[in-house]
Design a protein. Structure first.
Length: 389
């Protein structure tokens, strides 16, 4: 058990996927149904926790960022939010052109998890959520804004302590059990003969996602370079240590000192960088939004889920909000994204599990894209404030 704790989440996910594929035709049906039972209960628990995760993460995040310096805060939040939304829509636009051909190239791809539902659990337990996702989001905004603009120390402390509860539930319960859950998903899908098709499609999708995250960094720094009349490639090169640190740590928070140092090296005022970089580490999620949107679109195509641009626009706009403060929680971005995935796109628990596995497999690249882009936002904010003076 101690050794398992020392192994990172990504290796455990990989082991779970490989084990699920290899053991699907070796384990007796009775054992496989045990895992189907576990997945049924865990899926219900996840559905119960999603609104609580939204309340626990979003409420204190809004309360914390809402009482900082005026126009600097507003400008940083606006640019970070718009860039996150643009990245998600870029993924949707690119995916809409490329992904249907990838899916069509593999026969009988539609309805993957629907076909993979052959394993029946021994029993199931219903755990309905206390509130739905939209109610949780509205409540989070109401409480967060009250904390930010009112003198409510007791409510702020309660929100902070509830965030600690949610964070510990994710870290101590959800994350450790995720590999078992994903093992059950791939065990189920492999027994139905669908796994090879999924892997074939997502191997192509991951290549597109990698290209997109490079494109996002290029347009961010081209815009920043245009604003300050500097070579964008040199500005981007200066941020390379932050990119590599995030690639190794998969943590926006852990990369803040490096991001801050490299941002100042790009000529940004130290006070502005000291404010903008930590804030963007919390609210700027361009790489994460791009990955989640691309993977969600792929699963819609695989499952035959009907979608259109207004639906995904709604999804991306909501996604950019719910991912606030996610970098402080292990797997926080995809955990927060489960809410709009379920409420807007209609993803089932099995489809959400696939999203978790795919996101974590590329987690470090999304984090690297997020933190490197923070440097571009700091450059833009610095230039904008200098013009205002």
């Amino acid at each position: 058990m101690i050794m398992m704790k020392r192994i990172g989440l990504l290796p455990r996910i990989i082991v779970a996927i490989v084990a699920g594929i290899l053991l699907a035709h070796l384990l007796p049906m009775g054992v496989m149904r045990v895992f189907a039972t576990f997945n049924s209960i865990f899926g219900q628990l996840l559905g119960f926790l999603i609104p609580l995760i939204i309340i626990g993460l979003v409420t204190p995040a809004i309360g914390d960022i809402g009482n900082r310096a005026g126009r600097l805060l507003l400008a940083t939040v606006a640019i970070a939010y718009v860039d996150t939304v643009v990245s998600g829509l870029l993924a949707f636009g690119t995916g809409s052109m490329l992904f249907p051909r990838m899916v069509a190239s593999v026969e009988d791809m539609a309805g993957v998890t629907a076909q993979a539902a052959a394993l029946e659990p021994y029993f199931s337990i219903k755990i309905p959520p206390m509130v739905d996702v939209m109610s949780a989001l509205v409540l989070s905004f109401m409480l967060g804004l009250c904390i930010a603009h009112g003198s409510l120390p007791t409510l702020k402390k309660c929100a902070s302590e509830f965030r600690d509860v949610v964070t510990k539930v994710i870290a101590k319960l959800i994350i450790p059990l995720l590999p078992v859950y994903i093992f059950g998903i791939f065990l189920d899908m492999t027994s139905s003969g669908q796994t090879l098709r999924i892997i074939t499609v997502f191997a192509q999708v991951i290549m597109v996602i990698f290209a997109l995250h490079i494109l996002i960094l290029l347009y961010q720094f081209c815009f920043a370079g245009f604003m300050v009349r500097k070579n964008p490639l040199r500005l981007l090169w200066q941020m390379l240590p932050a990119y590599m640190t995030a690639l190794g740590t998969s943590s926006s928070a852990a990369t803040i000192p490096v991001t801050l140092r490299q941002t100042i090296g790009n000529g940004v005022d130290e006070d502005i960088a000291s404010f903008t970089v930590p804030l963007c580490a919390t609210i700027h999620m361009s790489g994460s939004a791009m990955k989640i949107t691309a993977c969600a679109l792929t699963i819609c195509l695989l499952e035959g889920i009907s979608y259109d641009f207004p639906m995904f626009l709604h999804f991306v706009l909501m996604l950019a909000i719910v991912m606030v403060a996610a970098p402080g929680v292990p797997g926080g971005a995809i955990m927060a994204a489960l809410a709009p995935l379920g409420s807007i796109l209609g993803f089932t628990a099995d489809q959400q599990a696939l999203m978790i596995a795919l996101y974590i497999a590329m987690d470090s690249f999304g984090t690297a894209c997020n933190v490197t882009g923070d440097g571009a936002i700091a450059i833009v904010i610095d230039r904008w404030l200098n013009r205002k003076r």
